[in-house]
Design a protein around this ligand. Structure first.
Ligand code: NDP
Length: 328
């Protein structure tokens, strides 16, 4: 089901304290949205910078352990990689029976990376948007769509409490889709591991082909995405639709786009996506990522270095400077 504004209220949160653990991208946005919706919010944070920011924004700020102890509903808004360790040390021991633990990502529940107590609710409220925009949309009277799921219902009220959180952050103003933790994990990881590499590969392949054909690299890159025309086309795809937005282009362009689409063989892309999804579903990717973290992110740094020193990226960076495009 999809829930909208009229399907939820903040009532299940009345008389309860919501603890936002982590005052980063999502934490700052969600804490402020919930407070503006009338919820009693406290913040838990480790380091000084985000702690000062939360205090400047007018919140009571505590250690993660203390905020969790004060909260009846606890939003775990720290990076997925650190959640198991922080949960074990500071969050888990301070949760009371009947509290509600809210994740914004399915990862650690799907891969069983956290040993969750049986007597707490475990729910997911995952905005499909970066934190800054979760806040901006809320301030405009709108909201970011979100996924929502219940993994454990110890209190008997997990569903309505999770929906109340979604309502308080503004998500029901758009729409909240009920799903499962695993579905959120699969689709989120496949965006990163399947879709983004395909987009980036298309950009790299075009760069290689146009270089061979004697087209200046800066011209290729401006045309591909640096001029932002492509970003605007994607915006229009999101608001009007993939095909309807073609009305904004000439008929020559429309005919060329559709002929190209007809000629393109999508099977290799499907194969690639199936392989990636298999590694996501089997846990192979998650195990590799756990090992990578334990080894100090060696391969991640190596891959970053390799791409950062590629001709493509060097040309891209020089073009950004040459055309003053960085702060557009
Ligand atoms: P951030 O990277 O912005 O989190 C930063 C916060 O985490 C800071 O408050 C930081 O505290 C704290 N933190 C980092 N490391 C530790 C640690 N070892 N111990 C204690 N606190 C730590 O996270 P996001 O907001 O990006 O992500 C939060 C959750 O939301 C994740 O589950 C993510 O998957 C999910 N999500 C994120 C989206 C996004 O747009 N980024 C979109 C949808 C979901 P300090 O100040 O001490 O460094």
């Amino acid at each position: 089901p999809i829930y909208h504004e009229s399907d939820a209220t903040i009532e299940p949160l009345e008389g309860r304290t919501v603890a936002v653990v982590g005052y980063g991208n999502q934490g700052r946005a969600q804490a402020r949205n919930m407070r503006d919706s009338g919820v009693d919010v406290v913040v838990g944070n480790r380091g000084d910078d985000d702690r000062d920011q939360a205090a400047d924004d007018g919140f009571e700020v505590y250690s993660i352990a203390e905020a969790t102890a004060r909260g009846d509903v606890v939003l775990l808004l720290i990076p997925d990689e650190v959640q198991p360790e922080v949960y074990e040390r500071e969050v888990g021991p301070n949760l009371d029976a009947g509290d509600t633990l809210v994740f914004a990502s399915g990862y650690n529940v799907t891969y069983d990376r956290i040993d969750l107590a049986d007597d707490v609710d475990v729910v997911l409220v995952a905005p499909r948007m970066i934190g800054a925009v979760v806040r901006e949309l809320y301030e405009d009277g709108r909201g970011a769509p979100a996924l929502f799921a219940v993994d454990q219902d110890a209190s008997g009220a997990a569903h309505e409490r999770a929906l109340a959180v979604a309502h308080a952050i503004g998500a029901t103003r758009s729409g909240v889709v009920e799903t499962e933790f695993d579905t959120e994990t699969r689709t989120d990881l496949l965006s990163e591991q399947g879709l983004f590499p395909v987009f980036a590969s298309a950009l790299l392949a075009r760069f290689e082909v146009e270089s061979e054909a004697g087209i200046p690299p800066a011209v290729t890159l401006l045309e591909s995405y640096l001029s932002r025309e492509m970003a605007h086309i994607f915006e229009k795809c999101a608001t009007q639709g993939l095909v309807s937005q073609m009305d904004l282009h000439s008929q020559t362009s429309q005919y060329g786009q559709l002929l190209g689409l007809e000629a393109f063989d999508r099977e290799p892309i499907r194969e690639f996506m199936r392989d990636r999804l298999e590694a996501i579903d089997s846990g192979e990717f998650a195990d590799e990522w756990t090992e990578e973290q334990a080894s100090g992110y060696e391969r991640l740094s190596e891959l970053r270095r390799e791409y950062e020193s590629s001709e493509f990226v060097e040309t891209e960076q020089a073009t950004l400077d040459a055309f003053g495009l960085r702060d557009l």
